[in-house]
Design a protein around this ligand. Structure first.
Ligand code: KIV
Length: 286
């Protein structure tokens, strides 16, 4: 067998060595605020390993989330409840190395897993430090009310925090399943109050999962430091690549269709988010 030899080709999906300075500016909190102020939507995706993170970054994703959804996606767990801090740190470090190696510019958010921040604010800080030292720029934690003092404690100590309200998968057993949240007036009011408290506590970002579109719009309009409407979109990478073998959740679209490559599918997602074509409230929202 003969094979032509290309000395620059590398096996096993090796990422390119660090070379010219990146063309794009590194994404930072001020940069995200600028994008938001300009009325541009922010594209966010999960990634759990070096290669997917580098590909997502190259395709234009601004924020990468090392979500604890890796429990289901990578580990085959039934929920995110079994994900440990060590596992989150391992995947965060892998993603951070991938971005660094490929001279990526994405803002890297890592999930504080179940049981790693509820005991005390000090426990939350220790857990957050483990993820920041693994390469995260920001940590995400789920829930409202009791979490506000924890967010304030972390932010005061220099840890940027993303809050997560609505469907909070770590409490799936308490919620009774993966259901739309904030449907009735009382639940919507609680969500509004929690969002306001989290903003006052210093959370720089807020993920709203599976809440009615009208509530997301009115809630963001009511937050004093927030422009009306959500700032962007986040999806689980494997879902938007059509790799979900179960029933596709309503809020997902398979961007692999017609894309030809993973990078093409992610670029199509970024473009659809930026152009306001995804999500389409008529199809993907409640
Ligand atoms: O863990 C995760 O992937 C998440 C997203 C669904 C927002 O929290």
């Amino acid at each position: 067998m003969t094979a032509s030899h290309d000395a620059s080709a590398t096996p096993y999906g090796t990422l390119p060595p660090a070379s010219p300075l990146p063309q794009r500016r590194p994404v930072s909190l001020p940069r995200l605020a600028q994008i938001r102020a300009a009325g541009e939507k922010i594209a966010m995706l999960t990634a759990y390993d070096a290669t997917f993170a580098a590909v997502a970054d190259a395709a234009g994703v601004e924020c990468i989330l090392v979500g604890d959804s890796l429990g289901m996606v990578c580990q085959g767990l039934p929920s995110t409840v079994g994900v440990t801090l060590d596992t989150m740190a391992y995947h965060t470090a892998s993603v951070a190395r991938g971005l660094h190696r490929a001279q990526g510019t994405a803002w890297l958010v890592a999930d504080l897993p179940y049981g790693s921040y509820a005991e005390s604010r000090e426990q939350a800080l220790r857990s957050a430090c483990a993820l920041m030292q693994a390469g995260a720029h920001m940590v995400k934690l789920e829930g409202g009310g009791w979490t506000a003092p924890t967010v304030e404690f972390l932010v005061q100590r220099g840890v940027p925090v993303c809050a997560h309200l609505g469907l909070t998968p770590q409490t799936v057993h308490a919620l009774g399943g993966y259901r739309v949240q904030g449907r009735d007036d009382a639940a919507a009011q609680t969500l509004r109050r929690h969002a306001l408290e989290l903003q006052d506590a210093g959370a720089a970002m807020l993920v709203l999962e599976m809440v009615p579109a009208a509530l997301a719009a009115s809630l963001t309009a009511e937050l004093p430091h927030c422009h009306s409407g959500t700032a962007g979109q986040v999806l689980v990478l494997h879902d938007m690549l059509g790799m979900n073998l179960g029933r596709m959740p309503k809020f997902v679209h398979d961007f692999m269709q017609g894309a030809g490559s993973v990078r093409g599918a992610i670029a199509a997602y970024v473009q659809a988010v930026k152009q306001g074509r995804f999500p389409d409230n008529a199809l993907h929202a409640w």
